[in-house]
Design a protein around this ligand. Structure first.
Ligand code: SF4
Length: 436
């Protein structure tokens, strides 16, 4: 037993609730267990308990043992003045305070529920409850996936809001930073973001008609032109960059890009060349995304190919066989999931326009599922993974709940423990009541 499990059992009333009695012998009824309090003070606020014919309204404090009250000196803390009920797992005091309503849970909780919870906490499986997942009703599962997806989007949205604050609420500039970050994939994300931050969109806009000037700016700021070249093209970029750097007093990004352990199509040279072409061929990207009605429109927007020089190169001065460097479907989907959709969702959230949020969620249904160890793991235990909407929800579940053993905060865990509790479920508490 631990305090979090005790809170969970109290919150959802997963114990035998017939003939409830206080330690003093008085009968009582729980009208509402209260709202879980994640801040300072008692565990539950605004609980409603009927003792005899009197309604008690106030806070509920939980401890594993009765002595926890004294140990934590709650009597000297005014936050606890309004406590109406002390709920404990077991009583370890011979003579508990008679003025305090005391309720002992130990004999009222199903042993099966406790065993189930313990086995999950110790389980080495991909997800601890995997052998019981089929018992969960589909409505519970679907609603939970929806909630997980929103949680994931809200987390990504927090990063968008941070960028917006830093750019003085300039949507296009913030979008450019995030897009560059995304194109850097994991290894070069920080470097690409810092390159984007050193070249304002306004400056790029002045040179957008000349692809070699855009490349000079991006490669130069990445520190990739600081060497002696053999071929004419990089030599020309170097001269162009020297001129532009001097003209605009540019300071290089300062984070080195890396090539280690990556496929050549992901080399920073290729991704920067594609970014340059994206700016060359389009403008006001985020405005266009806001106006786009279909996932196909967005896909077309990002289906661009780097400059001709890169048809025969992955790095400067080393020729390779002909291979145009088009942004592939996998990278486009990655940009959609990690940049386009979080921006659209945040825009809808900030401007209170649900249609943008709905569009963002709908596009996730049109993108194929990611293939990674998490999605493979879910497929192996029989969970269908149909599209990116599924993969985003399942990745949130695995990384933010299962891996952290947050089964008590999970709707699946709640449902499964509810089945083993042996008590009839009470109406589902609202998200506010769940403390989420
Ligand atoms: S967090 Fe939920 S889905 Fe994951 S193991 Fe626990 S109960 Fe199962």
């Amino acid at each position: 037993m631990n305090e979090r499990l005790l809170q969970f059992i109290w919150q959802f009333r997963y114990f035998n609730t017939s003939d409830l009695q206080l330690y003093s012998g008085e009968s009582f009824r729980i009208i509402h267990p209260g709202q879980l309090n994640k801040h300072q003070g008692p565990d539950f606020l605004e609980a409603r308990i009927q003792v005899g014919s009197t309604l008690w309204v106030g806070s509920v404090e939980l401890h594993l043992k009765t002595s926890g009250w004294k140990k934590h000196a709650h009597s000297d803390d005014s936050n606890y003045d309004n406590v109406i009920l002390h709920v404990v797992w077991e009583n370890d005091e011979p003579d508990p305070d008679p003025d305090m309503g005391l309720f002992i849970l130990e004999d009222r909780v199903s042993k099966l529920l406790l065993k189930q919870y313990e086995s999950w906490m110790d389980s080495p499986s991909f997800i601890p409850c995997e052998s019981q997942l089929s018992k969960v009703k589909s409505i519970v599962w679907e609603n939970w996936k929806e909630r997980l997806l929103v949680e994931r989007l809200l987390r990504k949205s927090a990063q968008v809001r941070l960028f917006l604050e830093e750019s003085n609420h300039h949507w296009e500039e913030s979008f450019w930073w995030m897009l560059a970050r995304n194109m850097g994939i994991k290894v070069n994300a920080d470097a690409f973001e810092s390159i984007a931050r050193t070249i304002p969109l306004k400056l790029l806009g002045k040179h957008k008609k000349q692809i070699h000037q855009l490349e000079a700016l991006l490669f130069g700021q990445a520190g990739l032109l600081n060497r002696i070249f053999v071929e004419d093209y990089p030599m020309m970029l170097y001269k162009e960059y020297q001129f532009l750097q001097n003209k605009y007093k540019l300071r290089a990004a300062g984070i080195a890009v890396h090539y280690l352990r990556m496929r050549p199509v992901n080399f920073p040279t290729i991704r920067l060349a594609q970014l340059a072409m994206l700016i060359h061929e389009s403008s006001h990207l985020f405005s266009r995304i806001k106006d786009a009605q279909s996932y196909k429109d967005i896909k077309e927007m990002f289906s661009i190919t780097a400059n001709d020089y890169w048809h025969y190169h992955y790095v400067f001065d080393e020729t390779s066989s002909f291979n145009p460097k088009k942004i592939g479907d996998q990278m486009i989907n990655n940009i959609l999931i990690n940049t386009v959709i979080p921006f659209l969702f945040t825009y809808g959230d900030i401007h209170k326009e649900n249609s943008f949020k709905q569009r963002a969620m709908k596009w996730l249904e049109e993108i194929g599922p990611d293939v990674n160890s998490v999605t493979n793991g879910f497929q192996e235990i029989g969970i269908p993974v149909t599209h990116a909407r599924d993969t985003q929800a399942l990745m949130e579940l695995k990384t933010k709940y299962c891996d952290q053993r947050r089964c008590l905060d999970c709707a699946v865990g709640n449902a499964l423990l509810g089945y083993t509790s042996g008590v009839r479920p009470h109406p589902n508490p609202s998200p506010k009541e769940r403390g989420s």
